[in-house]
Design a protein around this ligand. Sequence first.
Ligand SMILES: Cc1cc2nc3c(=O)[nH]c(=O)nc-3n(C[C@H](O)[C@H](O)[C@H](O)COP(=O)(O)OP(=O)(O)OC[C@H]3O[C@@H](n4cnc5c(N)ncnc54)[C@H](O)[C@@H]3O)c2cc1C
Length: 350
Amino acid sequence: MTAPRIVVVGGGILGCTIAARLLEREPRARLTLVDRGLVGAGASMYSAGVHFPVGRSERVRQLSAASADYYQTLRARHPQLPMYGFDFFVAAGAADAEEVRARCAGLLPLSAEEKSRVAPDLPAGRELWRMPDCHVTDVQGLALWYAQRLRDRAEVLEGVGAEALDESADGVRLTLSSGRELAADAVVLAPGPWVNEGCWSGLTAGLGVRVKKVVALHIQWPAEEGAALFFPAEDAFLAPLPHRGHWLFSYTCQQWDVSPEQCRQARVEAREIAEAREALKDVAPELASLAGSGRVFCDAYSPSREPLAQYLGRHRRILFVGACNGSGYRLAPGVAAEAVALLNHTLTKG
Ligand SMILES: Cc1cc2nc3c(=O)[nH]c(=O)nc-3n(C[C@H](O)[C@H](O)[C@H](O)COP(=O)(O)OP(=O)(O)OC[C@H]3O[C@@H](n4cnc5c(N)ncnc54)[C@H](O)[C@@H]3O)c2cc1C
């Protein structure tokens, strides 16, 4: 049996996690990871990196739980990784309690005394629960760590784009911007928000994936003070970023069908600051005036709002993985495990 040849296109958190999990499953695989920029410098660079056990569907809750286990083991084995545990609380109206319990795994109730200590300014009528096993990560840092380790066992190519894909019953030929051609038994596409661009666009068009702008505000407030809160009704959260020394407020921006290149040029607009401040006024009024800057990029969203891991094309040799709907960090290990399971036939055939 010869070792299978696999190419992963896209060195974001998802592509790097897939590459790492693939070598865990099949150490003999001959693997190449290709990114047209630098590893971790796409959506992953902008990620808030918050992991919390939430999911609207059973599959997403399972992916979240599987990812939490993976990250817990990773942190225990490699305590130097830029991953920081923190207390995270769900704040929701009492009428939403049932739905909140269904969406968030393992919620722990808080006593009245704990509630007033954790969030004394929470508007009346909101209930508070503690979410277990939450952490925040420097996502680009983690992607770079994966890539550094991969270089011992695989080829990592940066600054080299995938320009053409040619699938046949025997394999896939991938042409790179450097002029090199790679022959692979299977190609994994993990292009993040570049899902509808590039040489695979004819194959991904039918997936119905759309790209949405994502905006998060930075709040200059000591990371060790205050309470991290998730507001499920508003799909917003307030979390500390200890590795950067500030807080971040993530809220839902409804600007659709943007391109990643457009978003690279984008700046936080006055309108977005006003919107975020308005949202903050309802949930943490004392922080609203401190939110005046932040980060803007985009992410890929699937029609079902569940991540995708599926073959494209005729020969089950081009696997698309992505469209993680603004949760690509917290679901990456679970989605990567699904991708590796799908590649199983290629890995065992090798
Ligand atoms: C502001 C913001 C905050 C976020 N906060 C969170 C959070 O708190 N928690 C969470 O779980 N998620 C969060 N997300 C979402 C998360 O960051 C993304 O879902 C995740 O980073 C996507 O990872 P990826 O590897 O799929 O994509 P990317 O990181 O974008 O990686 C794709 C890579 O593909 C490469 N590529 C593209 N075209 C080609 C080509 N032709 N050839 C070779 N390479 C190519 C790109 O250069 C890029 O590096 C946030 C996103 C944003 C924008």
